[in-house]
Design a binder for this molecule. Structure first.
Ligand code: NAI
Ligand code: MG
Length: 366
């Protein structure tokens, strides 16, 4: 019997449906007699508000929990900007889904050999000799810390509680170490904090130390102050090669900064996970949501000019982190690299090709 993967497909708004169509084409190209993808497409964001009154329904959240992985494109647009805000707005749908899936780790790869950076020659603000050989992945804690703590918001005073529990730090540390162990020899884990000034960072450092020493002694651990990590990323990014582990706030910053290495939005994928399949401590099935780092780009929607590369690279990440298909993940990345190098590119990358043509070229390259 064929192995069947259940994939929830959430195109969302703006350019979402256009880039998703290309990603689904690429996904389908990997169906064989022994492997099938069962796709279920649902609404999220503005289109869901229009159709159901809710930015995401309970049914869609349940569908996410019942699937092997979720592909998400982008949500939002001016149509809904003044209508709804916060958790009820289009982007609130994504937040609600993240919470339902408890996907506490956000991964963003950054590599000079990945398709995202092969175009760095033209788009990176960095010198080539600085970024050559860069190969790391940022693992950002995504469910805790300052973004989810208690808040005080008064006229002349405001406060965000930046707190972490031992358990929250432990699980994201484990996930980082599991990512490190996927490499041979294992990559180092470089943990960012501000243990010199923040109490939450001191706990962070203690828990990371203990978890790594007791559970992953074979993985090298380095502590790096978050501010100096930012400087190093700009001056000698190769020295951060490995798994960069960071809390929600520092991770947000360092992952956006890492994006500057390739210098353009339309080619950067991300993964949000609640664990890797090989993690023995997981109590549920591993959930994974894969999304490009760009938004819904409403001004270019419907014109067949959106760059589908980031969304297509999400398929590669899904193969890698959720479906145990590393060889296929690399085939997608190789095909994307070939197509970008050949000059078949959308206008954001200086090319003349349309969304569909780039998708077709990637299929041919496969
Ligand atoms: P954006 O990422 O949508 O666009 C920023 C710039 O990059 C624009 O010039 C856009 O045309 C261009 N761009 C983005 N993706 C592209 C692609 N695949 N191909 C070619 N060009 C691309 O961010 P912006 O403009 O801040 O937000 C637009 C809407 O998207 C807003 O409603 C915002 O709330 C929403 N948004 C949604 C996100 C999500 O779904 N996770 C994330 C960020 C923004
Ligand atoms: Mg950010």
């Amino acid at each position: 019997m064929a192995q069947t993967f259940k994939i929830l497909v959430l195109p969302g708004d703006g350019i979402g449906p256009e880039v998703m169509a290309e990603a689904v084409k690429v996904l389908k190209a990997f169906e064989t007699s022994g492997r099938k993808f069962e796709l279920r497409q649902e609404l999220i964001g503005g289109c869901s508000i229009d159709a159901t009154g809710k930015t995401v329904t309970d049914e869609v959240k349940q569908a996410a929990l019942d699937s092997d992985a979720v592909l998400f494109a982008a949500v939002g647009g001016p149509k809904w900007d003044n209508q709804r805000r916060g958790l009820d707005g289009p982007e609130g749908g994504l937040l609600q889904l993240r919470k339902a899936m408890d996907i506490y780790a956000n991964l963003r790869p950054c590599s000079s050999t990945s398709p995202s950076v092969s175009i760095a020659k033209e788009f990176s603000p960095f010198r080539q000799d600085v970024i050559e050989g860069v190969d790391f992945v940022v693992v950002r804690e995504n469910c805790g810390g300052a973004y989810f703590g208690r808040k005080v918001e008064e006229e002349t005073y405001a406060m965000d509680e930046w707190g972490y529990s031992e358990a929250e730090i432990q699980r994201v540390t484990r996930l980082s170490a599991e990512v490190a162990l996927r490499h041979d020899p294992p990559w180092p884990v470089i943990s960012l904090d501000k243990a010199n000034v923040l109490a939450s960072s001191r706990l962070w450092r203690r828990v990371v130390d203990k978890t790594m020493a007791t559970e992953y002694p074979q993985v090298k651990l380095v502590h790096q102050l978050a501010d100096s990590a930012s400087l190093i990323l700009a001056t000698n990014p190769r020295s951060l090669n490995g798994v960069i582990l960071a809390d929600n706030t520092f991770g947000d910053m360092i992952s956006d900064q890492a994006g500057s290495i390739c210098g353009t939005l339309g080619v950067l994928p991300s993964a949000s996970l609640n664990g890797l399949p090989e993690d023995k401590t997981l109590k549920t099935r591993p959930y994974g949501l894969y999304e490009p780092t760009h938004g819904s780009a409403p001004t270019i929607a419907g014109q067949n000019i959106a760059n589908p590369v980031a969304m297509i690279l999400c398929v590669a990440l899904m193969f890698r982190y959720s479906l145990n298909m590393e060889a296929e993940a690399q085939r997608v990345e190789d095909a994307v690299r070939k197509v970008l190098d050949s000059g078949s590119r959308t206008p954001d990358l200086g090319g003349k090709a349309g969304t569909i043509e780039v998708g077709d070229a990637i299929i041919s390259a496969l």
